[in-house]
Design a binder for this molecule. Structure first.
Ligand code: NIG
Ligand code: FE
Length: 419
């Protein structure tokens, strides 16, 4: 089936099939009054309407952008979208001065969600995840990376990754699964965290790799969770299993996880609120993408990653929601773009590139998605406003009018279309 999107005021997109950095980070292609043609799941033409009409037959379907701006569907390269329960009870405690780590040490935090998730059946987890995916899609996100990590035992980690696989098959949003069994030390191993690392290496990671349930591994490399030595051991083992690497690095303290991620040629080093100059230099000289999560800084009322310095040093910078029940309960990439611009000082052009092409590179998919050009997948968002500036200008509301995923209309006039 062919689909023609017409009536757009402009098409705004980065171009290329690798992460953009340096002066290219903020360079968009902006074509006024362009049309976009999809054939099946693929983009086949982006450009002038008259040229389209000369080269192609009449389309089978038309979507009217109604004067909106057209951008690539967002790629969210860091999410924890599978969980049961919720943690709104921690909100006022944090406002009253308790830190994220204080709450974790008192039995809340990740381990609270682990208790609820272990007790939840497959179907309950799947329904919760699908509901979140609808929200992702309504906010313009067409692909996410999705982590496990609220099981912290083999059975529940497997169940979470099977939920991610089932959600990928059932829902238009594409999910790229990451094993984050090394998210925390579970309560039953608190007295002997080394044994937990041994269990991850000897049993949990190999069993999950054998089942083919994950593309990549992640570790919460943090003081009091997995230190540098434990993280190094986990990453070396995971790389030998054939997994690519993402790493929660330098989120709460400057431990040096960023340099470790670069040493292991990770796809991404994530969070980086406390990255050091040495970490920035290491990233700038590597292919590892810096995935920044300003929603977490906003929600935990902590500092923001030094995005401007990283961009100027030549790092490949991407943006993600970190969607999770404890430190960033949001599916909204437009919210993340608001924070990336107003709080971290990225330009709108850089933020859009960071949320599309560079985030596709962070999950090794920049050749297929992340920009609007012939040959890429037809994953497209149409904004309510006439220029991409409206993404962040009209803040705190959903700026998305329509969404097309793999050539199918899945959100029309802000409403999710079933299927
Ligand atoms: O990315 N840092 C560790 N993991 C999550 C938080 C998960 C949670 O609090 O449930 C994060 O911030
Ligand atoms: Fe995270």
């Amino acid at each position: 089936m062919s689909l023609l999107i017409r009536g757009a005021s402009q098409v705004a997109t980065p171009l290329g099939d690798t992460a953009r950095r340096g002066t290219e980070f903020g360079r968009l292609s902006i074509i006024e009054n362009a049309v976009i043609r999809c054939e099946g799941a693929d983009l086949v033409f982006v450009g002038d309407a008259a040229e389209h009409d000369r080269r192609f037959p009449a389309p089978e379907r038309v979507l009217d952008a109604a004067g909106g701006c057209v951008i690539p569907g967002f790629v969210d390269p860091h999410t924890h979208p599978v969980w049961a329960g919720s943690r709104e009870d921690e909100f006022n405690r944090r406002l009253a001065g308790e830190s994220y780590m204080d709450i974790a040490r008192s039995g809340g935090g990740i381990n609270a969600t682990v208790r609820a998730t272990r007790a939840a059946a497959f179907e309950e987890l799947l329904q919760g995840t699908i509901a979140r995916l609808d929200t992702f899609l309504e906010h313009g996100t067409t692909t996410i990376e999705a982590k496990s990590g609220y099981g912290l035992d083999l059975a529940t980690e497997v169940r979470m990754l099977e939920v991610i696989g089932a959600a990928d098959r059932k829902h238009p949003v594409d999910l790229h699964p990451t094993c984050l069994a090394a998210h925390e030390v579970p309560a039953e191993h608190r007295g002997d965290p080394e044994r937990w690392v041994e269990e991850l290496v000897a049993e949990i990671h190999p069993s999950i790799a054998r089942r083919g349930l994950a593309e990549a591994v992640d570790v919460f490399c943090e003081d009091g969770v997995f230190g540098l030595d434990a993280t190094r051991r986990l990453l070396a083992d995971a790389a030998a299993l054939g997994w690519r690497i993402h790493l929660h690095a330098d989120e709460l303290t400057p431990l040096g996880g960023t340099e470790l991620a670069v040493e292991f040629n990770a796809l991404s080093a994530d969070h980086l609120m406390h990255v050091t100059d040495a970490g920035i230099a290491a990233l700038a000289g590597s292919q590892t993408v810096a995935v920044l999560l300003p929603g977490t800084s906003f929600f935990l009322r902590s500092s923001y990653a030094p995005a401007r310095r990283m961009a100027e040093a030549g790092c490949a910078v991407a943006l993600a929601t970190d969607c999770n029940p404890g430190s960033s309960p949001t599916e909204s990439m437009p919210m993340i773009l608001s924070l990336a611009t107003l709080q971290m000082g990225l330009t709108i052009e850089e933020a859009l590139t960071g949320a599309t092409l560079n985030s596709a590179a962070a999950i090794d998919r920049a050749a297929e998605i992340g920009s609007l050009e012939a040959g890429k997948r037809a994953d497209i968002a149409v904004l309510n406003g006439p220029s991409y500036h409206h993404l962040v200008y009209h803040f705190g509301v959903n700026p998305i009018r329509h969404v097309v995923k793999s050539g199918e209309i899945v959100v029309r006039d802000g409403q999710r279309i079933a299927g």
